[in-house]
Write a protein of this length. Structure first.
Length: 319
């Protein structure tokens, strides 16, 4: 990881390569051996932030029970220098450990640590809001994990601006560790939710932004130019729903910019995110080893102000 490419997760001091490698594919579209190969290629290429969750990949089918991704990362970590990687995981969505009650947060964190085979998680997210638990209780539960040395930093994923502000206030009122990162759904075909509601908060509070679905389920790779049936691949249906004139205009603009930088459409789409204030690492995954280099290339690609403006213009549409 070159110093020039390094980003920092908010106020945490944790240094990362500007791309989070999505662990949602581990144990789903990539088996254990392939997942290890992917992780090897990612880290050998300079990457260090691996993003997972306790629920991955429970949603895939009846044979997946959850915890697969963390378990595979844990088996890969054995015998490696733990301090050379940054692990992000999440709690709240796993059916066996649902919600954000203090008891569940504590138990889920311990379960994740066991599956990962480590004694700390670098960045621990609340994966979604829990309307049944007062935010003060959740904030204190996460602070307890920080004090116990089980997590280094706190993040929130899929939280509204209001809920994030409430957590920050509770932390400040009580002297607890504050969230330093947010993980919103944000990309060139899904801008409004983040930009209108969360971006002002992120800027005001110096929160690191680590968007998920950065490539719109693969649409922003340029692979899907027309609608396909969901059954064609696990992700094709989700990606190709954007293959409408407004979406394809974005792909055409990305293609032009990618050629100017001698890089891929996907890399250009990730570079657009990194050009946005507070964004420190888009989240992207790969199921094939030959796809990893294109993701890592974002560390060497910086769009010009004009290129960012062109993409801003062409992607301003109702999502």
């Amino acid at each position: 990881m070159t110093k020039s490419a390094t980003r920092v997760i908010g106020k945490s001091g944790i240094e990362i390569f500007p791309l989070a490698f999505g662990g949602n594919v581990f144990g789903w579209t990539a088996d254990e051996q392939r997942s290890h190969e992917l992780l090897d290629r990612f880290t050998e290429g300079g990457g260090n932030l691996i993003d997972t969750a306790d629920s991955y990949s429970e949603w895939a089918d009846d044979e997946h029970v959850g915890g697969e991704s963390e378990t595979i990362i844990g088996s890969w970590l054995r015998g490696r220098d733990r301090s050379s990687v940054v692990i992000a995981s999440k709690v709240a969505k796993y059916s066996k450990r649902p919600g954000l009650s203090p008891a569940n947060v504590a138990a889920a964190a311990d379960d994740s640590l066991q599956r990962l085979g480590t004694d700390y998680i670098d960045l621990y997210y609340a994966h979604e809001e829990d309307p049944n638990v007062p935010i003060e209780q959740t904030a204190q539960a996460f602070d307890d994990l920080v004090k116990a040395g089980k997590i280094r930093a706190i993040g929130v994923s899929n939280f509204s601006a209001e809920a994030t502000e409430a957590w920050l206030k509770a932390s400040r009122d009580n002297g607890w560790a504050e969230p330093v990162a947010i993980q919103p759904h944000y990309n060139l075909v899904h801008r409004n939710d983040y930009e209108e509601h969360l971006a002002p908060l992120a800027a005001r509070e110096n929160l690191a932004v680590l968007p998920y679905w950065s490539l719109a389920s693969g649409f922003l790779t340029g692979k899907y130019r027309e609608p396909v049936e969901q059954g064609d691949s696990p992700r094709a249906g989700a990606a190709s729903k954007y293959a409408v004139p407004a979406g394809l205009a974005i792909i055409d603009q990305l293609d032009e910019i990618a050629k100017a930088h001698q890089t891929s459409i996907a890399t250009a789409a990730l570079a657009w995110l990194l050009a946005k204030p507070q964004v420190v690492a888009p989240n992207a995954s790969a199921s094939r080893v030959d796809q990893v280099a294109g993701l890592l290339a974002v560390g060497d690609v910086e769009l010009t102000a004009d290129e960012v403006a062109e993409l801003d213009k062409v992607s301003t549409w109702a999502h």
